[in-house]
Write a protein that binds this ligand. Structure first.
Ligand code: PHB
Length: 399
């Protein structure tokens, strides 16, 4: 840096300080002087194309709604958004993450939907000590072996909804099951969670079937299910893949003959497209329609007003990612440089979520209720709580 640049930098810093002090003295912004002029840079890395595009959009909407409800600020700081479409492509994960971390120099990474991409993000977040808030991807590793003071999740670990769904299926006295899912971390780990609960309840898994993500050629699996005749089928699919599976299952004549279950992603944000073929399906998830709590009612009304659409679980997770960031920024009065203090406040936060209030485990994953839901019309109606306060076991987290 030459001396002219240095001078200019100094002048800018002094000006910024003066401005902030004036505002703070006026009692408008109780911020440290050097902070008021800068925005907190939030990097949204989410899928905006492909089978998970609707999930990425709902998360973005939810996050931005929470910021808008706070006058465009969190913890007194204005927010600047940087956005990258990760296409749910793990191979591009490191490059896309670095666009935000290195090129845009964001303060906070928010992402993503796909477990494989999230693992690339978590690795870079750990290497660069960047704050990462995961608003969907359930990769068990993120709050397991990769757990870290600067990594938080406002959604679930893959194990959680799998386990809750397995419990419902065992409680419903199914004795045999077949599983179908995409062959990547999310599908495999949800199936593992499902098996743990289903086998504990006396169930037996006859066959585990997989296909590559994001393929939707389901016919061979449906033919095999018809011949194996299990009591029930457990699946994980989401977004466009979930729509297609539910429709194909009905078209194959299996609906009503062999009970179909899934983690609630199978029917969340998809019911308009699934129509009659989804009616009656039972799933487990940490969100449901018809909760009828003041917080959820207010959230749903605000979301509908802002976007002219019904919110789903992804919108809730995005909204809560912003709420968690707010809790951290408020604790340090907007001084994002005070990382330890900020992370401690986030770790201890009780998030007033539309799903119901939740706290974080030591590994920074939500401890939350899992609802049993049944599809009625355009709703995943809550018909009870499958498991209260379910915490991920955080296997491999050494904190
Ligand atoms: C994941 O890849 O972790 C994932 C994707 C979509 C979902 C849930 C989990 O709906």
């Amino acid at each position: 840096m030459n001396s002219k640049q240095e001078n200019r930098g100094e002048r800018r810093a002094i000006l910024r300080g003066l401005l902030a002090t004036t505002v703070a003295v006026a009692g408008i912004l109780p911020l440290a002087p050097s902070l008021a002029a800068d925005k907190v840079k939030v990097g949204l890395m989410l899928p905006y194309t492909g089978t998970y595009a609707s999930l990425g959009n709902a998360i973005t909407n939810g996050f931005k709604l929470a910021v808008a409800e706070n006058g465009g600020k969190l913890g007194g700081r204005e927010i600047a958004f940087f956005t990258v479409d990760d296409e749910s492509d793990p191979a591009k994960g490191p490059e896309n993450t670095n666009k935000l971390v290195k090129r845009d120099q964001v303060d906070v990474l928010v992402g993503t939907v796909h477990s494989g991409v999230a693992m690339a993000m978590a690795k870079i977040a750990n290497e660069t000590k960047t704050l990462l808030i995961v608003p969907n991807a359930g990769a068990d590793e993120v709050t397991g072996p990769m757990c870290s003071p600067n990594i938080f999740r406002t959604s679930f670990s893959n194990w959680q909804p799998g386990y809750a769904t397995g419990k419902i299926m065992a409680d419903n006295k199914h004795k045999t099951a077949v599983t179908v899912t995409w062959k990547y971390a999310a599908g495999q780990q949800m199936v593992d969670g499902f098996k743990e609960a289903f086998q504990k309840g006396g169930g037996k898994v006859l066959k585990e079937m997989t296909l590559p993500f994001p393929n939707v050629e389901f016919q061979p699996f449906l033919t095999e299910i018809a011949s194996l005749k299990p009591d029930a089928v457990f699946v994980f699919f989401a977004g466009g893949g979930a729509v297609k599976f539910v429709k194909d299952y009905a078209a194959a004549g299996l609906k009503g003959k062999i009970s179909l279950y899934g983690t609630g992603f199978l029917t969340d944000g998809t019911l308009d497209a699934q129509g009659a073929d989804a009616q009656g399906l039972v799933t487990a998830l940490h969100y449901a329609d018809g909760l009828n709590t003041p917080k959820d009612n207010a959230f749903r009304a605000a979301y509908k007003k802002a976007y002219n659409a019904e919110p789903d679980v992804y919108a809730v997770q995005g909204y809560d990612a912003a709420q968690l960031l707010r809790a951290g920024l408020e604790a340090v009065k907007g001084d994002i440089g005070k990382k330890d203090q900020m992370y401690q406040a986030m770790a201890a936060a009780k998030i007033d979520s539309p799903r119901g209030a939740f706290t974080l485990s030591k590994a920074h994953n939500p401890i939350q209720d899992f609802y049993t839901r049944r599809v009625v019309g355009k709703e995943n109606k809550s018909i009870g709580i499958a498991i209260k306060g379910l915490a991920d076991p955080a296997r491999g987290c050494k904190r």
